[in-house]
Each structure stands twice: as C-alpha cells, then as structure tokens.
Ligand binder design. Structure first.
Ligand code: MG
Ligand code: MG
Length: 626
C-alpha cells in the first residue's frame, strides 16, 4: 500500500506544505490545483522541489465539471483536460483525479458519462497518463460511488479507474457491500477522511469539518474492511478540508496525518488478521492501568505554599529523591511529585510556564513496547540524564511540551519509589479520605484538540465520549473526555475559541497548553471537605441559588441539600447513580484541584460546570489560598 497526503490538508505555501509532508515521512503527495496556481514557480520547479524532498506526486486534482456536457461545452472540457495533461507532464504526475459534475448544464446518463470517460482514457493513454473518477456526495447526477463505478466499468478503458473517497461514501450512508465486488486494479485512488457527526449539507460538512481517520465519527473501519476485501494494495491518500488544520501548524498536522494512517492500518491488521503491505509491525495500543504520579515543576519561592496546600489536602511527604530537589507526596493511591530542581527539564519547563504540571506517569503493562509504539506513531521520545543506580523512566513529549512517562512492573520501573527515593515517615492521621486520581483536565488551543485526541487514542486503549459545550461567563468551552476501558485513566481536553473563557485565559497565563485541574477521588466527600476546611484549605464558594434549584429539580431532602450547601458541594445524578464534587479556590496561574465522589456515576458533572465556571471567574483574580 502506498500512502500519501493531499496538499489541501495543510496550511502555508506549497513549499512549506511539501516540507512538512516530507518531514512526516510521507512518500506520496496529491497536488491540489490551487496550491500549484498560487505557487510562485513553474510546474517544473514544483517537480524539482518534490523530488529533492524525496517525494512523488501521485495525483493532480481536481478536474471539475467534465462528464455529460452538451456540445459545444463538451469540446471545451476536453480541450481543458488536454491543458491539465500538459501541466501534469511538467509536474511528472500521471494520474488526473476527476470529480463528478456539479454544473447545471450536465446532462446525466451513465452511458453518456461512460463514453466521455472512454474518450478521456484514450487521450490520457496517448500521453502515458490515467484518469480516476470520484463521485462527489453533492454531484448533480453522479453522487453515489456505485454510479461512478458503473461509469468506470462501462468506459471499459485500462486508463480509466475509480476513486473511492471515504467521506463521500460514508457521509451519505451508502451501503458498502458493492466496494467488495470492485476489482482492486480498477480502484486507482482511495482518499481517506473522517468527520464528526453533524447535520448539515454535504458540501459545507466536507469543506470545513473533515478530519483524519480516528478523529471523527464516521464508520471509517467498516469502509477499510470493505476495501481490504478487494485485496487493494494501491494508493491510499489523506484528503482533508478542515478549518482548524488550515489554522494550525503544517508540520504538526502532517505528523497527525501519518499518525492517523499508521493507527488506522494497524487497527485494520489487528481486526482482520490480514497483513497490510508497507505497514511497520508495531506493538498494540497500551492499556493504561492508572496514573502513577503527576509531577509539578515549582520554583523554590512557590514551593512552601504549594506544599502547604498539599498538606491541607491530606497529602504527606513520603519520599525524598536521592540526588535531586524532588519530593514525593502521597495519599492513598495518589502520588504528587514536587520538582524544585534548578536545572534540567522541570526547571526549564517552570521558567517558561511558571509553577505547573510538567509530567504525568502512566502505569502500563510494558513501558518499552509503549515507547516503541509511540515512536512508530511519530511521537517524540524524551530522555534525560539520570544519577548512578537510578531508573531511566521512558517518556514521550505530551501536551504543551510536558512529559508522559510510562511505568511498568515487568521492566522494574514500578520500584521507582524505593530505588530513586529515600522514604520519609508520614505523620499518622494526616489523610483526608482521598484515595486516588479521578481525572486530569487539560486546557489547549482549539486548533490542538484533534491532535491530542489522536495522540492519546492512538497510543492507549481509550474511548471518547461525545464533546460537551460548556457555558463559561467568557464564552463557550468545548470539553472532550477520553477514558480507558475500566476508567483507570480519565482525561478531559478543554478548548475554547473565545479568549475570555477560563480555559483560554489559562493558556495566556501559562504561556501554553497544560494541565488546568486535577480531580481526586474521595471515599467520603463530606468527611474530606470537613477535613480540608479544618486544615485551612479555601473551598470554592457556590452561590445559594444553585441549592434552591437543586431543591426544585431533585428528590434530595432538605437536610441533604443543607449539607451540600454548607459544604459548597455540587451534586449530579444519572438514574440511580450519584455524583458529588467540590473545588479548591483557583491558584495563581489558573490551576485548581477538585475532589469528587462517584456512586456508580460515570460522567463529570457537566450540568454543574457553568455554575463552577461562574464561581471561579468571580474568584479568579483573587487567589485565596493562604
Ligand atoms: Mg476526494
Ligand atoms: Mg473536573
């Protein structure tokens, strides 16, 4: 299988796009006509540039409004095709992609279109070229791949083949079984795109919302299964029109494209047990078994107040690193690492972002295999010098340049606390009922969300829950949850197009994306909140009106509501499943902690989020922990 990407996917000028595409290890590129037209150089210059980058132009596209035209327009479209062949000869490309006619002048008729394609095939053959036909979902007469296939079949010309574009096929919900009966050598090009489920016209949906396979909701896997049944091993190319990609970095979007393809083909191979030609063998997605620790990079000046807060939350110092200014704080199964080093990764992270989360360590079965998979997915591995006898814990770069470490038992990495740390005896009775991490919430640029969604879901067995739009006093925040199968790892990805939301202001304050809040699970939220208050931890004040509303919309007794009100605890339920949550005040820089108790409930209290965001926006400018 030869993989490729269309220049239309990326931002920038043609040379920037090609450089990004080569950098992401692609070998093939589809040149989108507009990228060529707007380029300041001849097709020959482009050919040289493509060759210098080790690339090959696999298709020139699109050729529009061709089939079924009445004379004299018909003669003109053939003349236009000849000029495209001239350009392709200069470009060094032999495949012209023709999409179905949308012109009101088109006459329709499968046989008429077949005759046109036969003649186009003859003309292409004289030049040693080929043409491939795509049914646009909004084509005037041909908008179903079964019809474009019938045209190609009746054209009966070796230089005329079919394009299958997953978006056009899946958006209309077309039955996929016909794909299985197309001879593989008649499929000249497969274009891959996913998309979120949206109710809108096909054209707008396609031009603005396509995304890479695995980032959307279309049944891309079923499409690939049908394609694999044909034995197809030809040209598979990404063709994505997406406003976020056009606003993003070409380099990063190209890498996402390669990652999406590797991930999709790897899943295909695992699902059907059939080798995929050209795909590297990579280890399976890792099953995350929990968060081993979250690490904060803190400067010396901020450390005392932060450690006081940790103590207030019921954490106790449990270890001191043998060679670094690093301590371990522990409560139940939750470990917080406080890194006050004056050199190395955490220090530089802290200089750029201020006191913040610089790393997260995840428990996996096999850390080495996880890194190997990450490298195959074009993630960036990270290494830093370690002291003699200390463990070298593998890591890759995650959100905002932070690190994601992998810890396993098999490689002995779970001995970390004994090997790298000196034990510190915790005072008895310091705990506040926190038993584990519940979820970690990360804020990022709106353009980055699909990148990090793919980063996590390609590396780990995780599922997405539907995106929630949460109202913040400063705008709307899009909130996307990712969860491992058993809920051992729960991540929330937040982003916003408004600059005034809490999520957006966090990015400004922190000079980049990162962890904005960490939620801990409590075994008894009422005991925990009382303990925290007694310890002097400032709890986010929830307005009285919220509790009056609870009285109106829940079956809770007055006494229960009074208990929630007194403790500033938010409440939600889903059927018989109940959820309790409260927050610390927002710290300088916009970070905060949350404490939750789940009684069978699996959500995140989305109904309460606007209340919380409003309460925080009142307290945001006055960090109150002291
Ligand atoms: Mg297409
Ligand atoms: Mg939360």
């Amino acid at each position: 299988m030869q993989t490729a990407i269309a220049t239309v996917c990326l931002s920038g000028t043609l040379d920037e796009k090609l450089t990004a595409i080569a950098g992401a290890r692609f070998k093939g590129v589809e040149i989108f006509e507009n990228d060529l037209l707007s380029f300041n150089g001849s097709p020959r210059d482009v050919r040289a540039m493509v060759a210098d980058l080790g690339l090959e132009t696999v298709t020139f596209q699109p050729f529009r409004d061709f089939e079924g035209m009445p004379e004299p327009k018909r003669a003109r479209v053939f003349a236009r095709a000849e000029r495209k062949f001239d350009v392709m000869a200069e470009l060094g490309c032999d495949l012209l992609m023709v999409c179905s006619n949308v012109s009101p002048d088109a006459l329709g008729g499968i046989d008429r279109a077949a005759v046109d394609f036969h003649e186009l095939g003859e003309r292409a053959a004289k030049r040693g070229m080929r043409v491939a036909f795509e049914a646009l979902a909004w084509g005037k007469h041909i908008n179903d791949y079964r019809d474009s296939w019938e045209v190609v079949r009746r054209a009966a010309h070796p230089n005329v083949g079919l394009v299958l574009d997953s978006f056009h096929v899946l958006a209309r919900g077309t039955d996929l079984s016909t794909i299985r009966s197309v001879p593989r050598d008649r499929i000249f090009l497969v274009q891959m795109a996913d998309a979120p489920k949206l109710e809108m016209d096909y054209l707008s949906w396609s031009r603005h919302y396509r995304c890479f396979p695995g980032q959307g909701d279309l049944p891309v896997d079923a499409f690939m299964d049908a394609l694999q049944a044909t034995g197809f091993d030809g040209l598979l190319s990404l063709e994505i029109f997406n406003d976020r990609f056009r606003a993003g970095s070409a380099r990063s979007v190209a890498i996402d494209g390669q990652r999406a393809l590797v991930q999709m083909l790897d899943q295909l191979r695992r699902r059907n047990g059939v080798a995929v030609p050209g795909l590297p063998e990579l280890p399976p997605r890792a099953t995350c078994k929990g968060i081993e620790f979250v690490e904060f990079a803190i400067d010396e000046a901020s450390a005392p107040s932060f450690e006081k807060l940790l103590g207030g939350l019921g954490f106790a110092k449990a270890g001191r690193h043998r060679s670094k200014a690093v301590t371990r704080w522990r409560q139940g199964d939750a470990n917080i690492v406080v890194n006050c080093e004056s050199e190395g990764f955490a220090h530089s992270f802290q200089l750029v972002h201020g006191p913040s989360v610089c790393a997260m360590a995840l428990r996996v079965d096999d850390a080495k295999a996880t890194v190997e998979r990450a490298i195959n997915l074009l993630d960036s591995p990270f290494e830093q010098a370690v002291g003699p006898g200390e463990l070298n814990i593998p890591a890759v770069r995650g959100l905002g340049g932070s690190l994601v470490h992998f810890i396993d038992e098999r490689g002995g990495l779970s001995r970390l606390w004994d090997v790298d740390f000196e034990k510190v005896e915790a005072p008895a009775g310091s705990e506040a009922g926190i038993v584990a991490f519940d979820h970690v919430s990360q804020s990022m640029q709106y353009e980055e969300v699909l990148t990090w969604l793919l980063f996590y879901t390609s590396l780990f067995e995780m599922r997405r829950t539907p995106t929630q739009a949460v109202v913040d006093p400063g705008g709307v925040v899009q909130s996307q949850a990712l969860e491992s199968v058993g809920g051992e790892l729960r991540l929330i990805l937040n982003s916003s197009q408004s600059r005034q939301t809490q999520s957006a202001r966090f990015l400004t304050e922190k000079f980049g994306s990162g962890v904005q809040h960490i939620a801990f699970a409590s075994r008894d939220i009422f005991a925990t909140v009382e303990r925290l208050r007694a310890n002097g931890v400032a709890i986010l004040k929830i307005p009285e009106n919220y509790y009056d509303d609870l009285e109106a919309r829940t079956e809770l007794t007055d006494a229960e509501i009074e208990r929630l009100r007194r403790n500033d605890i938010l409440y939600d339920r889903d059927g018989a499943h109940e959820f309790y949550q409260f927050y610390t005040n927002v710290l300088e820089g916009g970070f905060f902690f949350e404490i939750v108790e789940r009684r069978g409930y699996t959500g995140y209290g989305a109904a309460n989020a606007p209340i919380r965001l409003a309460a925080q926006s009142r307290s945001f400018v006055h960090p109150e922990f002291e």
